[in-house]
Design a protein around this ligand. Structure first.
Ligand SMILES: N[C@@H](CCC(=O)N[C@@H](CS)C(=O)NCC(=O)O)C(=O)O
Length: 184
């Protein structure tokens, strides 16, 4: 989602090959054996297979809305720990220590809420790569735990997320793309 957001704002045309994770095409694994999406293959054969790297690559080509700003990298680094706790929560089939896992997510969410109390976006009055790099994970968190955001009163975070989910850009990147197969 965040790779798509950056490719969208930078107006870089890509051949979008939608795949099924449970049926990864050999063509994808040949260029990126780790088997995660997204994978971007450049015309010269260079492979970029981390979403954050795709964001930065795209924005370095063209950054019409000024998403690349100082301070964004520090937010994106802080996100890593939150993402680990979120994944622990989401993918733990036994649901052991659910509360502890949720609590582990809290410091990052509090930082986000506090930043949004000061400004409309994480780094000021306009959204940047920090907002768009983080929002997809706040969306995931909201889906796995809608109640918690209300319980803890993260009202600024909820409004920020809602505006993102209702934005034209979000609607455009979420448009359904037919599954790719080698013949099409
Ligand atoms: N660090 C990678 C992680 C990407 C990732 O984990 N993607 C998931 C889908 S959202 C995936 O491809 N999982 C592989 C699988 O489910 O087989 C990135 O951000 O690009």
């Amino acid at each position: 989602m965040r790779a798509r957001l950056a490719l969208h704002v930078s107006e870089i045309e890509v051949e979008h090959r939608e795949i099924l994770l449970k049926k990864k095409p050999a063509e994808m694994l040949a260029v990126s054996p780790k088997g995660t999406v997204p994978v971007l293959v450049l015309p010269d054969g260079t492979v970029i297979d981390e979403s954050i790297d795709i964001m930065y690559w795209a924005l370095k080509q063209n950054d019409p809305e000024g998403w690349l700003v100082e301070g964004a990298e520090s937010w994106l680094e802080q996100l890593l720990a939150f993402k680990t706790h979120l994944d622990n929560y989401k993918y733990n089939p036994t649901r052991e220590n659910v509360e502890a896992k949720l609590t582990a997510c809290q410091p990052f969410l509090i930082s986000v809420e506090n930043a949004l109390k000061r400004n409309d976006y994480l780094l000021g009055r306009a959204p940047t790569v920090a907002d768009f790099g983080i929002l997809p994970f706040i969306r995931q968190w909201h889906f796995v735990n809608t109640k918690q955001l209300q319980l803890w009163d993260y009202s600024k975070t909820v409004s920020w997320l809602k505006a993102f989910l209702e934005s034209t850009r979000f609607a455009e990147i979420m448009q359904k793309v037919p599954l790719w197969s080698p013949g099409n």
